[in-house]
Design a protein around this ligand. Structure first.
Ligand code: ADP
Length: 256
């Protein structure tokens, strides 16, 4: 079992035979909440398993030290890299945008992480920025991509600070900017911040977008424009850390 206890969500993956995902869950509620327990219970219930059926558990993510029954905890960087390489062996650059940080990892042919760069100091360029903006616009986070897709002339959000950008968004709307153009500007702002981060270590194809923000196609398309390259994603994007953790757990079961 692999569990990724993030800043906003908890993800759990159960693997059998080191390759078959028998169950997976995503629960809103990350570290310090009951989300991690619910994610485990839901993944077990989906597969009609009890906890006794789990041979080895690896935790990862911001709250990885908080899971008492985990056999081991492994860093998010290692687990994300492992999960992505397992499903997409030709990927050489992973862009991960979660609820509280953004990371870019370079992967060698064998799946080893060769370099990384990270922003965990500032909400701009993370899911938090999008959550704050969705909140002031009274929208669900899932609504942003469809608004962004309607935009013909995205506004430019010039403030990099989330608090100032919030005021900027309000004044854009007060100045009669279209909601879709403002939301496209918000998605572009995240993509621009993370692209600058990625350029610090260089981009090599194929590029894969993981983390919860990868579910927002507006940000993915904006990343493609900024980086001038195709950016792949998958419905399992948010699960890559938990999948990598489960793969590490499986390697350990071989040795038991
Ligand atoms: P963490 O591991 O830090 O908890 P995640 O990788 O789970 O973070 O990503 C959480 C972020 O993903 C949220 O802050 C939110 O902005 C974004 N997100 C989550 N679900 C969706 C969705 N369905 N559509 C768009 N964005 C989403």
């Amino acid at each position: 079992m692999g569990i990724d206890i993030g800043s906003t969500t908890s993800k759990c993956v159960i693997l059998s035979d080191g390759s078959e995902i028998v169950s997976a869950s995503i629960i809103l509620g990350g570290t310090g909440t009951s989300g991690q327990k619910t994610a485990v219970n839901e993944a077990l219930a989906n597969a009609s398993l009890s906890i006794d059926a789990i041979t080895y558990t690896v935790s990862t993510g911001y709250g990885r030290k908080s899971l008492a029954f985990a056999n081991e905890d492994i860093s998010e960087l290692s687990c994300h890299t492992k999960g992505v390489h397992f499903l997409y062996p030709d990927v050489r650059t992973v862009i991960d945008i979660g609820g509280q940080d953004a990371k870019v990892m370079r992967i060698g042919k064998t799946g080893k992480m060769t370099n990384f760069v990270m922003n965990d100091k500032c909400a701009a360029g993370t899911g938090r920025f999008l959550d704050v903006m969705a909140n002031i616009l009274a929208l669900n986070i899932t609504d942003l991509e469809s608004y962004a897709a309607q935009s013909k002339a995205p506004v430019s959000i010039s403030n990099t600070c989330t608090v100032f950008a919030e005021s900027e968004v309000i004044s854009q709307l007060a100045g009669n900017a279209k909601l879709s153009d403002v939301i496209a500007g918000i998605c572009n702002s995240v993509a621009s911040r993370v692209s600058s981060l990625a350029k610090r270590i260089g981009i090599e194809e194929q590029v894969f977008f993981s983390g919860g923000v990868a579910l927002n196609n507006g940000v993915r398309l904006a990343l493609e424009k900024e980086l001038n390259t195709k950016v792949l994603t998958s419905p399992l994007s948010q699960m890559m850390g938990a999948l990598g953790a489960a793969l590490y757990a499986y390697e350990k079961t071989d040795k038991i």
